[in-house]
Design a protein around this ligand. Structure first.
Ligand code: SF4
Ligand SMILES: [Zn+2]
Length: 365
């Protein structure tokens, strides 16, 4: 089992107390994974600045996020899926890509236009995915329209993006910003960077976009709806202002709002078991999407685990209906989809929004 330890790069970043707790929680995991197999791969469809596209989503197994090994974000259990020893060779990573291509050939009619690569860390961090592997992956997908790779903002630079755009592939870097509010990102999520770092990464993407002749480059911001320690109404307010601030940054064309779910081996999980955390209401997600429908960016949300206790949920009766409206909104960006859904539990949600305070949360399960 790989022991979570802070490395020099991580020291002095984030909150020591949060990191200490998260290191202890993560050290409870006892699983190891094959470095020649991707963590997960699936086919789907997605809304991009170039329209709705069929997508192949790949979660590469790269050894996990270094920040997670230092302790890391309070809601993130991804390190539990990483490889023992903390690094994966070029050959093994290319084997993983091969497995994904086979999955695509077996399950899709033709190659997907959009490729999305997540690593449970940073694809652009050269300690996770070296330059040789990054370029080989760019070659492999040179015939596709668009690629999304995930990275922390520190590792985003125009040359790395150019490895993809030079093949004419539109390239987006997905950044787990979580919130535009530095205080919430630091104290509730325990993520170490600032909004200013996100703005710098957006500027790098904008520069890469300018340099590329026949491809676009941009940033997709991932936001976390309802980190721990916020009430329902604080979370909603924070999310609305975060979406507005992200949409205003040039280079950032898409915002993906991810409702927090309770993952194993996280601080959120410990809080949940002590009755200190409830994932967001589906009504909150619908409300935020309605309120931000006119911003200058695509805004989408994919409530993972919707309707379950550990995921975003309403009363149990209406969850599927609201989920369907959210998925509709993702593809069409039309807020009127929410006018057609209603349920008695909306009244409970409104009461929670009005009455829940830091000291009495969560008011409902
Ligand atoms: S959310 Fe991202 S940065 Fe934070 S611990 Fe997880 S993988 Fe690392
Ligand atoms: Zn309901």
């Amino acid at each position: 089992m790989s022991q979570p330890t802070p490395e020099v790069y991580e020291q002095g970043k984030g909150m020591d107390a949060h990191n200490q707790v998260m290191r202890e929680i993560r050290s409870r995991k006892e699983a190891s994974y094959d470095p020649h197999e991707p963590t997960r791969v699936w086919l789907d469809e997605d809304n991009t600045p170039g329209g709705v596209k069929r997508s192949l989503t790949i979660i590469l197994n790269t050894g996990g996020c270094r920040w997670a090994r230092a302790g890391g974000c309070t809601m993130c259990g991804y390190v539990a899926e990483s490889v023992d020893g903390g690094s994966v060779s070029h050959e093994a990573l290319m084997d993983q890509i091969e497995v994904c291509l086979e999955h695509e050939a077996d399950n899709g009619d033709e190659p997907a236009d959009l490729i999305k690569i997540y690593t449970s860390g940073s694809f652009l961090d050269e300690r996770e995915v070296g330059a040789e592997t990054r370029r080989a992956i760019a070659d492999t997908f040179a015939d596709r329209d668009r690629i999304v790779v995930e990275s922390l903002p520190d590792f985003v630079d125009r040359e790395k993006i150019a490895d993809f755009t030079q093949h004419g592939i539109d390239t987006d870097v997905a950044i787990g910003l979580e919130t535009a509010t530095d205080r919430v990102r630091h104290d509730c999520v325990n993520k170490y960077f600032d909004f200013a770092d996100f703005e710098e990464a957006c500027a790098e993407a904008a520069a890469a976009d300018e340099d590329a002749d026949d491809a676009d480059a941009g940033i997709k911001a991932y936001l976390l709806m309802k980190p721990p320690f916020l009430t329902e109404s604080e979370a909603v307010e924070d999310m609305i202002s975060s979406i507005e601030r992200c949409a205003d940054v040039s280079g950032c064309h898409t915002v993906s709002m991810n409702p927090c779910n309770v993952q194993r081996y996280t601080m959120v999980d410990d809080l949940y078991f002590s009755d200190g955390y409830r994932p967001p209401w589906m009504w909150s997600i619908a409300h935020v999407l309605e309120e931000t429908a006119d911003v200058d960016a695509i805004v989408v949300s994919d409530p993972v685990g919707h309707g379950s206790d550990r995921g975003p949920h309403n009363c149990g009766e209406c969850d599927d209906l609201v989920q369907k409206a959210i998925k509709d909104f993702d593809l069409r960006q039309d807020p009127s989809v929410f006018e057609q859904v209603s349920c008695e539990c909306e009244l409970t949600w409104e009461t929670v929004m009005e009455r829940e305070r830091g000291f009495n949360q969560p008011l409902t399960r």
